[in-house]
Design a binder for this molecule. Structure first.
Ligand code: NAP
Length: 259
């Protein structure tokens, strides 16, 4: 299926690895030129070159921390005109409600709420002017179904979700489509770090931790970055024009809810 977005230009944040990389690859496969971002130069350049070689699209790689004012300024200056924005950044660390103080919340809000909002504020005006734009925010299943140990993530991402619910309806008349994509567990470095924590806390092996987690998922496995990216590409496509302010959950059926 041709998504009808060949020749568009996408900024995909936090995209040298994992879910961001999955989104970047799926967009590149549709002929979209890319601006990639991550903090570490080596893996970022490697991903950028692999995508250029595989898909023949133009790729600019910008090493910067997207959660800082300076990092965002650097990325936006290099990006120039952007038709499609995919926001993403690392998730906050796990813990318990009594661990977190104001500074922890400010850090989480900066990374997972205020950064995507700042990027939208910077890029939406040009999308509105041209009458076409797509934004996909990578959030988390924790928005719909809280993960107790990820209280910082639950809080920050819920704030972003509330902002998108209203803003997506304000910009929809101009042909600009904003939605959120909510990952349940996917096989990335983030999952390795979460499973290592569980293995350590429970005195079990990584294999046992993965097996135990998979047993609780109706699909009985972790999602892949490829599946995640394909959904993202659809949400950035010409066919997603009537999908406004939605929260699309990709969790293998983990959340036990009728709707
Ligand atoms: P990942 O495999 O650890 O990859 C994270 C990517 O983001 C890397 O390319 C990393 O590169 C980059 N990055 C991290 N912090 C950054 C920053 N401040 N500025 C720029 N780039 C940054 O993580 P993932 O699994 O793809 O997860 C992506 C997001 O989805 C996270 O917010 C995570 O919490 C959320 N999520 C993931 C899962 C899952 O199961 N994987 C489930 C629910 C939610 P550098 O380190 O070089 O910067």
């Amino acid at each position: 299926m041709d998504m009808g977005i060949a020749g568009k230009r996408a900024l995909v944040c936090a995209s040298s690895k994992g879910l961001g990389k999955g989104c970047a690859e799926a967009l590149a496969a549709e002929g979209v030129d890319l601006v990639l971002n991550a903090r570490t130069v080596g893996p970022l350049e490697e991903t950028a070159q692999k995508i250029r070689d595989t898909y023949g699209v133009k790729v600019i790689a910008v090493a910067a921390d997207i959660t800082t004012d300076e990092g965002r300024a650097k990325v936006l200056a290099a990006a120039g005109h952007v038709d499609i924005l995919v926001t993403n950044a690392g998730g906050p660390p796990p813990g318990t409600w009594s661990d977190w103080d104001r500074e922890d919340f400010v850090k989480a809000l900066d990374a997972n709420m205020l950064t995507p909002i700042a990027l939208m504020k910077a890029l939406l005006p040009a999308m509105i002017d041209q009458g076409w734009g797509r934004v996909v925010n990578i959030t988390s299943q924790s928005v719909k179904s809280p993960i107790a140990a990820l209280g910082l993530s639950n809080a920050a991402r819920a704030g972003l979700t509330g902002y998108v619910a209203g803003t997506s309806r304000q910009v929809a008349p101009s042909g600009v489509v904003i939605n959120n994509l909510l990952p349940g567990i996917h096989a990335t470095d983030r999952a390795v770090s979460l499973d290592s924590g569980v293995a350590k806390a429970q005195g079990i092996s990584m294999e046992q931790a993965i097996e135990a987690r998979s047993a609780g998922i109706p699909a009985r496995r972790y999602g892949t970055a490829g599946e995640f990216g394909a959904t993202c590409a659809f949400m950035c496509s010409q066919y997603a024009g009537y999908m406004i302010g939605q929260n699309i959950l990709l969790d293998g059926g983990s959340m036990n809810a009728t709707m």
